[in-house]
Design a protein around this ligand. Structure first.
Ligand code: TXA
Ligand code: MG
Length: 318
């Protein structure tokens, strides 16, 4: 495992470093290291049309990499930075490789002391997509990073378990200065609307792809098939002759046909559930099960984000 100083040296030398954030682990390179950034795409098997989020170490960095920042963006920055919010802003001095050739760039300031130290000591922002192969689950622990991309095992800055466990919420700004949700994330729509005092433009839940974001309808694809059930008992009957895993929100399901079961939050707490959501899926996906059965979460607050991830990871509904 790396120290902060070693992580900074590696980034300065054009190497990659896995960094902890409050949302998920990221695979980082300095925004000025073209070949290191290319290597991120290569290692993740990520297509070049999918832009990267720039992570800043202080709010002053914003004006160096973005321009014409709308007032509403400043309001959000003042409330949420550092934190799990990414804003898509007009770019300034940003490589086309980072922004996939667009004139806008995604920017966030992560809320993790180690990573903030790394960015501040490096003296420049970093790009950091989630540290997983393209379209797989985002890792929220060192073990899951190693499971996702074993090659990276000596390049990790260990920051413990990510405290939120779901990726940042992404917002963009329309020509007529409305604020548009581009990815459901760790901050609920309700909280953002209450800070802005206006409604967000939210895509319908069956959209194929989030606007211009590189988020596919089938994202978070597991090795094992994941099936969303109306009731667990229905799912268990359907797959009774198979090796079954269950990921449930708060209830322990009693059935001798279950091979492995994880309950996310006995207290029915969506934040507690989010924190271990991806790590639970990593674990279930490593057990050679035939099917993982899940049920939708209550569709409020970050339950909406959890449901979004389930829909993108699932192969069918029962
Ligand atoms: O919480 C997070 O945001 C994590 C941690 C590591 O910070 N990062 C993350 O990055 O989730 P990534 O690359 O896995 O997902 C970023 C998403 C991608 O789907 C990308 O298409 C979209 O953000 N995105 C990035 N820049 C964009 C831009 N300029 N315009 C539209 N979408 C953008
Ligand atoms: Mg990702």
């Amino acid at each position: 495992m790396l120290t902060v100083e070693e992580a900074v040296t590696k980034l300065r030398n054009g190497d990659l470093v896995v960094i902890p954030t409050e949302t998920v682990y990221g695979l980082a390179a300095s925004i000025y290291q073209y070949y290191a950034i290319k290597k991120i795409f290569h290692l993740k098997k990520r297509p070049f049309y999918n832009p990267l989020i720039v992570h800043i170490g202080e709010i002053n960095d914003l004006n160096k990499i973005a321009k014409n920042i709308p007032n509403k963006a400043w309001k959000l920055v003042n409330y949420f930075f550092p934190g799990p919010l990414t804003l898509i802003l007009e770019k300034r001095n940003i490589l086309n490789l980072i922004s996939a050739g667009k004139n806008v760039v995604g920017i966030r300031m992560p809320d993790h002391s180690l990573t903030l130290k790394v960015i501040q000591k490096l003296g420049s922002p970093i790009v950091a997509p989630s540290a997983n192969l393209f379209n797989y689950l985002s890792p929220t622990s060192v073990i899951d990073v190693q499971r996702a991309i074993p090659f990276l095992k000596n390049s990790i800055l260990d920051g413990g378990l990510c405290k939120l466990g779901l990726e940042s919420t992404i917002l963009g700004f329309t020509q007529d200065k409305k604020v548009k949700l581009l990815r459901h994330g760790s901050i609920s729509i309700e909280l953002i609307e209450s800070i802005l005092n206006e409604k967000l433009i939210v895509p319908p839940s069956n959209y194929k792809r989030y606007d211009s974001c590189g988020i596919e309808i089938k994202h978070y694809a597991l090795k094992c098939k994941l099936v969303i059930c109306k009731s667990f008992h229905k799912g268990i009957s359907y797959y009774a002759n198979k090796k079954i895993g269950i990921l449930s929100f708060n209830k322990m399901i009693k059935s001798k046909f279950i091979d492995k079961q994880i309950v996310l939050s006995q207290d029915k707490n969506l934040f507690e559930a989010s924190r271990i959501f991806f790590s639970s899926l990593y674990l279930l996906d490593s057990l050679n099960l035939d099917v993982i059965l899940v049920k939708k979460f209550p569709n409020i607050g970050i339950g909406i984000t959890l449901n979004d991830r389930l829909i993108r990871a699932s192969i069918k509904n029962l």
